[in-house]
Design a protein. Sequence first.
Length: 291
Amino acid sequence: MRFIKNKILFAGDPHNDFSVINETAIKNKPEAVIILGDLELKDKNLDEQMNPTLNHDIDVFWIPGNHDELKSRVYKSKKCVCLHGKVIKIGGLKIAGFGMPYGIKSKYEYYLKDYNLLKKQKSHILVSHDAPLNHDDRPLVITERYNGDSYSPKGNIQINKLAKNLGAFCIFHGHYRHPDQSYIKDNYIWSICVGHHGITNEFGLFIDDHSKEAFLNTLKVKSYSMVEFYSQCIEELPKESRPKIHCKLQVPWSDYKKRNRAMSYAKSLLINRYHKRIKKQLINISNIRTL
């Protein structure tokens, strides 16, 4: 699959480790890097942390996360621009930013003011720290655990509403540990969770080794939960009411070999779905850039 050169990199929660972001930015040479919150700066400010990237004439934007205390001196930067409550244009795309700051006393008023100003504008992409509601496209009844971390379809309905008001066709967000992607049917919007230390381009393609490996782990868990759901829960439905497209996922849960084959099939479905969404994103962005 051929792609236009990466013009924008979206970086997930760095938690004070900016080495992967700098390395990937220098390697790919985008126009800009957007950090999706939870910078968790300690002693150095963001200009110092992102100096290797800035030295290559790459713009750096960021939004605050729930681990970012904005009143701290380390959050005062001259070169890196806070995108919260703003709409900017990068590589022909209008991008709106909405963060989730921690160190604000009147947090509700802070959110409400910027939210109301932002929703009156228009953008192609929304970047947020929190996730939209139902950002996980597995069956909603499923919640499982993997490596000690909970996976469940959570999120903030206000992010869905904001993206709809903006007219955005895509949301890039952080906050959640594992990279993932889903399609929000209510809004017809593609939601991409970049994950902790993850990096994706504007097409939604995970581009560094850590992100790719973490995303494959997510698909493994999702395929497991899909087979579990369709093998166990679907048995309660009459045979004629069962969805035919998922008949290959309906296997005896106790049959290890059939279960593994069904999981492989489920994973292939998820990967195909992901590739279709990337193609659609590529078409959307290509059309905007040729206007």
